[in-house]
Design a protein around this ligand. Structure first.
Ligand SMILES: [Zn+2]
Length: 57
């Protein structure tokens, strides 16, 4: 039984090609700031369930 199902999916680090070291360091309304603890690469991830700045409606 995995207990990770409710966690955000963090894409693998572009430098390390692994998601094992990815840590969410900041959350905003639309994105998560994720830093790799291994190489300190910082990236953003779209927050799950949030429409991407949609101006559609
Ligand atoms: Zn990395």
């Amino acid at each position: 039984m995995e207990r990770r199902s409710q966690r955000a999916v963090l894409h693998a680090c572009e430098e390390c090609a692994t998601d094992r070291h990815m840590r969410v360091v900041l959350r905003t309304a639309y994105v998560l700031y994720v830093r790799c603890a291994r190489c300190a690469n910082l990236r953003t991830e779209p927050k799950p369930g949030v429409r991407q700045l949609g101006f559609e409606g």
